[in-house]
Write a protein that binds this ligand. Structure first.
Ligand code: BGC
Length: 756
């Protein structure tokens, strides 16, 4: 939709004359203009430039990660009028460098171009402001999903926005809203897990926080970016950016709600899925980009492509015979800005396509207006330069506590045989395994470098698990035999482990995955590497108690090896304070409360989600008797997660048995902590539609609340549900609630209500 909105923007009125394809500018008078006037005054070249986003390499000296090449800067900003720049080259920059980089860019844009339109810098601050030195990193989204903690998700997002604003950057390509339903996928850790309600709730909270940032005038605003629209997270083969097969009903039932909520929450921008869905590259899919995103969801912000994805319509997807045709297809499908990112080919082709009449100039006007509205919303016309005072918002000491809390609340205890945990204060511990003394495994992707593996870039103050355990338990009680290099052969040395075990009571094995981001993190086998499974067996054979701490971005299958462990703690990618957080759970200072945000497969082919249909259970009258096969047999189901306390449920009640129309049903339940240790507990309400016109799920998470219970305390919890909470997408792609019975399940209690 092209909508006229008056602005209070005061700019220098410029008449831009296009002669022989060369834009000339003449400053005429000072006046109050609308953004529409500004668009109308722009040449085709300027408009195409605004729709172009390049990576920072384009303005840097070839051999340098930081040094601006003045000639390249002039070409990009003054000649080509590039509207947006993104990324870092190789490494996180200091905040001072960020300021001088963006100042140089804005100098060129606002002093040397005719319309003085500021450049919008975009960055991936994915789990904290991971591209500025000295920032605080929080658990990746999969850990946030495990915490079920909306307040902590917001607190971390607030710091992320503050540190991103401190850099002088106004656009954050975060959060990812895709559902993690393909565990092979290398970006699993960036998502909130497999469940729609979880992703909707947490994504909405994070987007609201980003979009509210700086609105009080105390900082600069930061735009959020919901990504990747849509279907990116479910590649059929698990390989990054490859084909997903997603029926429209499924898409609307599961994948769309987080985006719909994000739009309502005020998401300023969206990034498009690099892959194809049902053979149609998302960047060419006007049904998704226009009909669903704009017309149905009402999104009015900027749609940016993902990295090189217009070019790839020609080189990779092969749906465009030439790079020029690729530009035409993507722009006509509805993208506003192309993350080109290394050249000006998009700009050139776009200019040519407009001049030849193949793309109407009005199509550019629509996108350019959205881009300018975004720049205005971010105050860039008035304040294009980084605010030096905001540097103080980087690395504030109080951020550490939020990072620690976020990590603590994410940790998910999946097994605790005979209450082996918490470990006694006097425990003699042997610590081994590739993740034990390794920062990349603790942080995962987007951690001071894209792949997160550059250990030299981590703050010196960040503790590995080994260092944190020495501090928590005392150096004399902890022996670490791990090599800091994840793939070092020492880390797979089962014999060395056996020898070192003597004199220790417990073996803590820190296992998992090295850091990886995007396509390089692809795997063909979900099974945890054989070397690591061997360590579990060797540890068990020593007769000591075996505690596995897993640092990985996705559920790696351990199958039979689970028997060989006494305790299993999933840490995901807990980041900056991960080491300390894990220790606080191991020694009982903190009572674990994380709940799995995904289903952990028992075998490599066992990928059945928790919200599967009843059809996963099949009974056949085979001789010698009936056989029941339940395809749902995970290692640990979605929602699994132990505590050091026992929580019990009682008095589940509904205030009515039947409801209709807009009625609300009030559900009450009491939760008791019957132990001596206080703790947090997540109360989850699931529903089951007993009979429906499309196969209903066994259970579906509808609501959750997180409560704190002291030792021996009982607390009431109340939920209010209505027909919309129990709705689904029917055969005609419409959201409906059908009359009939619904089972409401909380903990081990359940009751039935009927919608009439
Ligand atoms: C990723 C995006 C990211 C972009 C910019 C792409 O490769 O898919 O998620 O925002 O790069 O760095």
């Amino acid at each position: 939709m092209f909508f006229a909105r008056f602005t209070t923007l005061t700019i220098i009125l410029v008449a831009t004359l296009a002669e022989n394809g060369v834009a000339q500018s003449v400053e005429t008078s000072q006046s109050r203009l609308t953004l529409e006037d500004l668009v109308a005054s722009m040449s085709i070249e300027e408009k195409a430039g605004q729709m172009t986003q390049t990576t920072v390499d384009v303005i840097l000296k070839d051999e340098s990660p930081t040094e601006i090449d003045p000639e390249k800067l002039r070409v990009a900003i003054v000649d080509r009028r590039v509207g947006s720049i993104l990324n870092v080259k190789w490494m996180a920059y200091t905040v001072d460098h960020w300021h001088s980089l963006i100042t140089a860019i804005q100098d060129a844009a606002t002093k040397e171009t005719p319309n003085k339109i500021p450049v919008l810098y975009g960055i991936d601050s994915i789990h904290g402001a991971n591209y500025v030195k000295g920032s605080t990193l929080f658990p990746h989204n999969v850990g946030v999903g495990a915490s079920r903690d909306v307040a902590l998700a917001k607190a971390a997002a607030k710091i992320n926005a503050a540190e991103t604003a401190a850099m002088g950057v106004a656009w954050n390509f975060d959060p990812m809203l895709g559902l993690a339903r393909q565990p092979l996928w290398s970006r699993f850790e960036e998502s909130y897990g497999e469940d729609e309600h979880l992703a909707t709730t947490l994504g909405r909270a994070v987007i609201e926080t980003y979009e509210a940032h700086g609105r009080d005038g105390k900082s600069s605003p930061v735009a959020s970016c919901m990504k990747h629209f849509i279907g990116y997270s479910m590649p059929l083969t698990g390989k990054d950016r490859t084909t997903a097969l997603i029926p429209e009903r499924f898409l609307r039932e599961y994948l769309l709600p987080p985006f719909a909520a994000a739009v309502k929450a005020g998401a300023s921008t969206v990034m498009i899925n690099s892959g194809d869905v049902n053979g149609i590259p998302a960047h060419t899919n006007s049904h998704y980009l226009k009909t669903i995103l704009r017309d149905e969801l009402g999104f009015e912000g900027v749609a940016v492509t993902d990295w090189e994805d217009v070019i790839r319509l020609h080189t990779r997807h092969k749906v465009a015979a030439t790079p020029r045709e690729a530009v035409k297809i993507a722009v006509m499908a509805g993208i506003d800005m192309s993350m080109v990112p290394f050249d000006f080919s998009f700009t050139d082709h776009l200019i040519d396509l407009v001049k030849s009449g193949e793309i109407p100039e009005s199509r550019l006007d629509e996108s350019v207006l959205r881009i300018l509205q975004l720049k205005q919303k971010l105050n860039l016309f008035d304040h294009p330069y980084p605010n030096a005072e905001l540097k103080a918002d980087l690395g504030r000491p109080e951020y550490q506590q939020v990072a620690l809390d976020a990590a603590l609340h994410s940790l998910t205890l999946l097994k605790n045989k005979d209450n082996v945990l918490p470990l006694p204060k006097t425990a003699k511990i042997l610590l081994a395994g590739p993740a034990a003394d390794n920062l990349p495994a603790m942080h995962g992707s987007w951690s001071y470098s894209w792949q997160g593996r550059d250990t030299g870039q981590y703050p010196e103050t960040t503790l590995t698990l080994a260092k944190a355990m020495e501090q928590a338990f005392g150096e004399e009680q902890v022996t670490c035999i791990a090599n800091p290099d994840f793939d070092h052969t020492d880390n797979a040395d089962a014999e060395a482990l056996t020898k070192a075990a003597e004199g220790h009571d417990y073996i803590v094995l820190a296992l998992g995955e090295n850091a990886y981001a995007e396509t390089p993190g692809g795997i063909d086998d979900l099974m945890l590497e054989y070397d690591q499974l061997k360590l579990i067996v060797a540890a068990k054979e020593t007769g000591k108690k075996v505690v596995v701490v897993m640092m990985s971005g996705r559920p790696r299958v351990i199958g039979w090896a689970e028997d060989q462990t006494d305790a299993f703690l999933m840490a995901y990618r807990p980041a900056s304070k991960g080491g300390e957080a894990i220790c606080q759970v191991l020694n009982g200072e903190f009572n674990p409360c994380g709940k799995l945000p995904f289903t952990w497969p028992r075998g490599t082919g066992d990928v059945v989600m928790y919200d599967h249909g009843h059809t996963s259970k099949i009974s056949e009258p085979f001789p010698p008797g009936p056989v029941t096969t339940d395809a749902f047999n995970p290692q640990w189901p979605f929602g699994a997660g132990l505590s050091y306390s026992q929580f019990s449920y009682s008095n589940l009640k509904a205030d009515r048995e039947t409801f209709s129309g807009d009625d609300q049903v009030t559900i009450n339940i009491d939760i008791t902590n019957s132990d001596e240790m206080a703790g947090w507990h997540v109360v989850e309400l699931y529903s089951r539609d007993l009979f429906a016109s499309v196969v209903p799920c066994q259970r579906r998470l509808r609501m959750f609340k997180k409560i704190h219970l002291n030792a021996g305390e009982t607390k009431p919890v109340e939920f209010k549900i209505d027909a919309a909470d129990l709705s689904f997408i029917d055969r005609n792609m419409k959201r409906i609630t059908e009359p009939g019975g619904f089972l409401i399940m909380i903990g081990d209690k359940q009751l039935e209500i009927e919608f009439q």
